[in-house]
Design a protein around this ligand. Structure first.
Ligand SMILES: OC[C@H]1O[C@H](O[C@H]2O[C@H](CO)[C@@H](O)[C@H](O)[C@H]2O)[C@H](O)[C@@H](O)[C@@H]1O
Length: 616
């Protein structure tokens, strides 16, 4: 039976990842890549849809025992789950996925710490996200499961029969290993792994990676966990980050807001890179830039807002009717209909991330500069068109204020590059356009009566994306309109427990997003609020809010997309890059010692600001 979302641990190899529950059950694993079919899809249904449990044996009809303690080995993605069983003993299961081995592999190492404990391994692999059971068979003395996208090879040193599972006893000082390896077929049998060696290599990999972080400050442990999570969600073979590990974890339990996040949004990827750059990571930004140049530069006229990790363009949405959904929250969706939307903000996000990479010292690439100039050239025609906005609304297109602000960002960063001699382009024309957009936003996107920017031109609604106005340097934090907007959002979009919703939803009537039902507080938006509060001098409140956000994390420090203030639990896809990006950026910008290496670019000169209409 699936657990609370925040109770799942992530393990991964930067190609795919698994979710492991506190009873030692792996309920989610797509192989060989993040976006491949799930061989364990119990997360979105029941045991019949696939799982692999290793834990203390339990009587038929009872629930498997939940661990007494869990932790990641420090600075790693290696999970240790321990059960202390009075009268029997203590046993530990260490879970990991070695990186860079080509064939994805899940290794589970069982060790007796004290006493003698009866253990059980039970593996139910499935074909096509739990649609059919994969029947095990024997090959060269090993167990294989054909799962249509490939073959799983199960190796173990435990004294159990070949097949899907069995029981064994583990005494103090004993250890047995299990390894599940994916291969494209049975033609070449994988080498049975040396689990101890894999453990040491995997630990060295994560230690070396985590040690490169430049963050110094009071939140080092949380920042490291978030950074490792972002790295784990970045597909090493292609350089493409996915938005989250899962598909269809619901934004409301029982609701229909269930989406597939195993793709590369230009927006989420760009923000991931900015967060990693702030911690000093350049290699990931370089690989992402290469992905971007392969995937979007070749066909700029037909830019999509998201792609598959290998640059796939067709992400048509379908529903998996045989999966009931997490806690019966259907439908379970594959693909994502948002792929064909116009979302103007992605231009700003991509250009800003490339610009931040440039400031952080990533070696110049003339193709990347051409890409930025090409994107801005497109915006000259597109910027005044209504769009679907950052939240990918499925209702009518609008002139979203955040979208226009991000168009301004796109122009602003390229103008700065031209000014510094790092790019060439029609400087005066683009300066004029940047100022035109700036004035239009301040006139049409601002409500002088309420002293707040609004969700879209002429609308009375608010939107948490407006919190980015000072962060992007569109207006300074001490501007009266900025302070008014932050206060209005805090007043009108806060949940009773003080977290921030992204915009008002309308219950069973479709609101701006065109969808029925409500959703939880959006964690990224709440991090933005903490950032803004600090920017306007309310540092104590900012820290309190940041601490409250950290307290929402499960015992392993991971965050989903949203928080349900009524049920007091995390909801939405998990772990979600957005939320971990928010955590890192606030920690680096507001709570790091000494000064962070790179902050978002502010407006270039006082002269720029003097062009702004005076606040009302
Ligand atoms: O809730 C509506 C939309 O939700 C998804 O979009 C959200 O996730 C994206 C990936 O993290 C993010 O870029 C976007 O800003 C979020 O609103 C979903 O993919 C959409 O199809 C859906 O309309």
């Amino acid at each position: 039976m699936p657990h609370l979302i925040e109770d799942y641990a992530l393990i991964g190899d930067t190609q795919t990842g698994a979710l492991v529950g506190p009873d030692g059950t792996t309920d989610w694993l797509c192989l060989p890549d993040f976006d491949s079919s799930a061989v364990f899809a119990g997360l979105l249904g029941t045991e019949q849809h696939g799982f692999w449990r290793i834990g203390p044996a339990h009587a038929e009809g009872t629930l498997p025992p939940v661990a007494s303690s869990r932790r990641y080995r420090p600075q790693s993605l290696i999970l240790e789950t321990e059960w202390h069983l009075p009268g029997h003993g203590t046993v530990r299961v260490t879970d990991l996925m070695p990186t860079g081995e080509g064939a994805p592999r899940l290794i589970r190492l069982v060790e007796g710490i004290t006493g003698r404990v009866r253990m059980r391994s039970e593996l139910h692999a499935t074909v096509n996200y739990g649609q059919h059971t994969a029947t095990p068979s024997e090959r060269d003395g090993r167990t294989v499961f054909p799962v249509s996208t490939g073959v799983l090879w199960l190796d173990t040193s435990a004294d159990i029969p070949l097949g899907a599972g069995g029981e064994f006893t583990i005494g103090e000082g004993d250890s047995v290993t299990f390894a599940l390896t994916w291969q494209p077929g049975t033609a070449v049998a994988p080498q049975p792994p040396d689990a101890r060696d894999a453990l040491l290599r995997t630990q060295a990999y994560w230690h070396t990676w985590a040690a490169q972080s430049t963050y110094r400050g009071p939140y080092a442990e949380a920042v490291t966990r978030s950074a490792i999570t972002l790295k784990a969600l970045t597909h090493a073979p292609t350089g493409a980050p996915v938005a989250a590990l899962t598909s269809s974890l619901p934004e409301t339990i029982g609701g229909i807001r269930n989406w597939d996040y195993r793709y590369t949004w230009l927006r989420d990827a760009a923000m991931t890179m900015i967060a990693l750059l702030c911690l000093g990571y350049l290699d990931e930004a370089r690989a992402w830039r290469a992905w971007l140049l392969r995937v979007i530069a070749a066909d700029l006229q037909n830019l999509q807002i998201m792609y598959g990790i290998r640059g796939e363009r067709d992400l048509s949405e379908t529903e998996l009717g045989w999966l009931p959904g997490y806690e019966k929250s259907g439908p379970v969706r594959l693909g994502n209909g948002a792929a064909t939307q116009l979302q103007l903000d992605v231009y700003g996000e991509v250009i800003d991330a490339l610009y931040q990479a440039h400031l952080a010292g990533l070696e110049p690439d003339p193709e990347a500069t051409r890409l930025m100039v090409g994107l801005v050239t497109q915006l000259e025609q597109l910027w005044s068109v209504p769009d679907a906005g950052i939240w990918e609304v499925r209702g009518p297109a609008r002139h979203f204020v955040h979208s226009k602000v991000m168009v301004w960002v796109a122009l602003d960063r390229v103008i700065k590059l031209i000014q510094s001699g790092d790019a060439t382009g029609p400087l005066e024309r683009w300066r004029k356009l940047r100022d035109t957009i700036w004035r239009e936003v301040c006139e049409k996107g601002y409500d002088p009566v309420r002293n707040t920017f609004t969700q879209s031109y002429g609308s009375k609604e608010l939107d948490a994306s407006l919190l980015l106005i000072p962060q992007m340097g569109f207006l300074p934090p001490d501007d009266k309109r900025v302070i008014g907007t932050i206060e209005a959002i805090q007043r009108e979009l806060s949940t009773p427990d003080g977290f921030i919703e992204r915009y008002p939803t309308k219950g069973e009537d479709a609101g701006v997003d065109g969808l029925p039902g409500d959703e939880g507080a959006f964690l990224l938006c709440t991090f933005w609020m903490a950032d803004d509060l600090a920017m306007i001098g309310r540092e104590d409140e900012a820290r309190q809010l940041f601490d409250k956000l950290l307290a929402l994390r499960g015992d392993l420090g991971l965050l989903a997309e949203e928080w349900d203030p009524r049920l007091k639990r995390q909801v939405g896809n998990y772990p979600q890059a957005f939320s971990h990006i928010g955590l890192i950026l606030v920690a680096v910008r507001r709570f790091s010692t000494p000064e962070p290496l790179s902050l978002p670019a502010q407006r270039s000169t006082e002269a720029d600001l003097s062009a702004a209409p005076a606040p009302q």
